[in-house]
Design a protein around this ligand. Structure first.
Ligand SMILES: *[C@@H]1O[C@H](CO)[C@@H](O)[C@H](O)[C@H]1NC(C)=O
Ligand SMILES: *[C@@H]1O[C@H](CO)[C@@H](O)[C@H](O)[C@H]1NC(C)=O
Ligand SMILES: *[C@@H]1O[C@H](CO)[C@@H](O)[C@H](O)[C@H]1NC(C)=O
Ligand SMILES: *[C@@H]1O[C@H](CO)[C@@H](O)[C@H](O)[C@H]1NC(C)=O
Ligand SMILES: *[C@@H]1O[C@H](CO)[C@@H](O)[C@H](O)[C@H]1NC(C)=O
Length: 314
């Protein structure tokens, strides 16, 4: 096996370049006889020999991974973004969402009742809360499903909003109490892997992640609309008014990931591991804030969002 793979497609080259550190893919060829892998590093090896062995092993792993049929990235020239396949952690379809996700960081707001709020303590563990209409584990793949019904089917909003939501609101993981944090501190990150199987019918679409001011208005809302466009709305001041910035495009129903950061006073977002896009927060002066993630419907038709991973870092 040599590095110059015969049937190399542009896609494979791209994947190898992404997965493998440039140094290991450019300047080292794989020896024709790969038996060295089976030999434990000899005690007589010099540090340089050991590091070369490590590079060979790494390169081989990279090549194998890149060629494996489970990977198929695409390069979206129009958007200039790499849309990499994302490997989701194993999810247990027989557990409530609390068995697959660390819900100690969240409480749940529902589009029914007063509207109803489910505490973090009730959400946690495999036997935690679920409701077959709004918040449950998908029996086929273990994803955490959040559904908001169509307006015409009836749903209930919170006092400060005209829109219905099935949405997680950040809490203190040790106490379950509502918290906020200082955007000048670091890190403050929300990483989410999801697919929006049914976005609502509004212009910008369903809000799939937010940072909210510890008050009435959001800092920012990440929208996903019915044609697959991702858009970030950032509040211009604590009185409201959003500036919208296009972030990218992902085919409806396709898995993707995003990260929202608000740390060191800077707000940014990226998707599918791309370059973070830094967003102007105008007159917002890093107000105390918290994360939200879920399905916050902005239209009249129903919306359905499936989550593979949700990770908060402070
Ligand atoms: C879901 O929640 C609603 C409102 O609390 C309730 O009426 C309904 O019975 C629940 N459904 C299930 C399947 O638990
Ligand atoms: C939703 O319905 C209201 C009331 O009929 C209408 O004013 C609004 O434009 C509709 N929104 C969308 C996104 O169609
Ligand atoms: C979704 O957003 C894109 C980009 O802003 C826009 O061109 C498109 O019209 C929107 N789709 C709908 C259904 O509003
Ligand atoms: C925030 O952004 C400013 C302006 O781009 C930059 O100078 C500063 O280093 C950033 N701070 C952090 C903590 O990233
Ligand atoms: C979160 O996303 C960033 C940017 O894409 C990535 O570098 C990081 O590894 C992710 N972290 C987790 C815990 O998923």
């Amino acid at each position: 096996m040599s590095w110059s793979v015969q049937e190399t497609s542009a896609r494979t080259t791209l994947l190898v370049a992404i997965i493998c550190p440039p140094d290991s893919s450019r300047s080292h060829s794989i020896p024709s006889h790969p038996s060295y892998i089976k030999q434990p590093p000899s005690a007589h090896q010099t540090p340089i020999m050991r590091s070369r062995t490590a590079i060979y092993v790494l390169t081989l792993i990279c090549l194998t991974t890149a060629l494996s049929s489970t990977l198929s990235g695409t390069f979206d020239a129009d958007q200039g973004n790499l849309q990499l396949p994302i490997k989701a952690a194993a999810l247990d379809p027989s557990c409530a969402p609390g068995g697959n996700f660390d819900l100690s960081y969240w409480e749940l707001q529902l589009p029914v009742g007063k509207p109803d709020v489910i505490s973090s303590a009730r959400l946690q563990e495999c036997w935690g809360y679920q409701n077959a209409s709004y918040f449950f584990t998908d029996q086929s793949d273990g994803t955490m499903v959040m559904i908001v019904p169509a307006k015409s089917d009836g749903c209930v909003t919170t006092p400060d909003s005209e829109h219905c939501r099935t949405e997680l609101r950040e809490v203190d993981p040790s106490s379950g109490e509502l918290i906020s944090w200082d955007p000048n501190s670091s890190p403050n990150r929300l990483n989410v892997t999801l697919s929006v199987t049914t976005p609502d019918d509004s212009l910008h679409g369903t809000v799939i992640g937010q940072i909210h001011i510890d008050g009435i208005k959001p800092v920012c809302e990440l929208y996903y609309n019915s044609t697959g466009h991702i858009n970030m709305g950032v509040e211009r001041s604590e009185e409201g008014g959003q500036t919208h910035t296009p972030i990218g495009f992902v085919e409806v129903g396709t898995m993707f990931s995003y990260q929202i950061k608000y740390e060191g006073g800077n707000l940014s977002v990226n998707y599918n591991g791309g370059e973070p896009q830094v967003l102007n927060t105008n007159d917002l002066d890093a107000p105390p804030s918290y994360f939200k993630v879920g399905n916050y419907n902005q239209g009249n038709s129903s919306s359905d969002v499936h989550f593979y991973s949700v990770v908060v870092t402070h």
